[in-house]
Write a protein that binds this ligand. Structure first.
Ligand code: ADP
Ligand code: MG
Length: 136
């Protein structure tokens, strides 16, 4: 599924729409360069969970930001495989949390689970192309 957004609000609205369409999906992998709009996408889903999007910021010091029933994960700073972190993420999954993950390429935990992949591509200016794939 492809979609082009013209501003950040459209990306956030699309995030919410896609989440509602794929409610059963617990793992959302957000791919794209720095500044593509991955964190903005997560802000968009926050309202679905009755959260203020302002409370969604890039997790800086910790790689995981816990929002109660879902977590926002940013693996940008993960340099080496981290079994403790993997275990922690597995525990969140077992507890029924939804996971929204930036830089999922840094880990290969995902192949074992069905997940949604959202690729965000900068088209120039404020335009972004978002592509949703259901995997496997
Ligand atoms: P990432 O997490 O991928 O590094 P961010 O979401 O933090 O990216 O930043 C994206 C930036 O691009 C924000 O400043 C946002 O306002 C801006 N932006 C402009 N147009 C769009 C768009 N169509 N979709 C998403 N973000 C956009
Ligand atoms: Mg980000």
């Amino acid at each position: 599924m492809h979609h082009v957004t013209k501003n950040v609000e459209e990306t956030q609205a699309l995030a919410k729409k896609w989440l509602e369409k794929h409610k059963d999906q617990k793992i959302w992998l957000l791919k794209g360069d720095l500044g593509a709009g991955k964190t903005s996408f997560v802000k968009g889903i926050a309202s679905h969970f009755k959260k203020d999007p302002k409370q969604v910021k890039s997790p800086t010091f910790s790689l995981i930001e816990d929002h109660g029933t879902w977590i926002h994960v940013d693996l940008y700073r993960l340099e080496n495989p981290d079994p403790t972190l993997e275990e922690e993420l597995n525990e969140y999954l077992e507890a029924g949390y939804s996971l929204f993950v930036e830089w999922p390429e840094r880990m290969n935990l995902w192949e074992k689970h069905s997940h949604v992949e959202v690729q965000i591509t900068h088209l120039g200016g404020d335009e972004r192309e978002l592509t949703l794939s259901l995997l496997p």
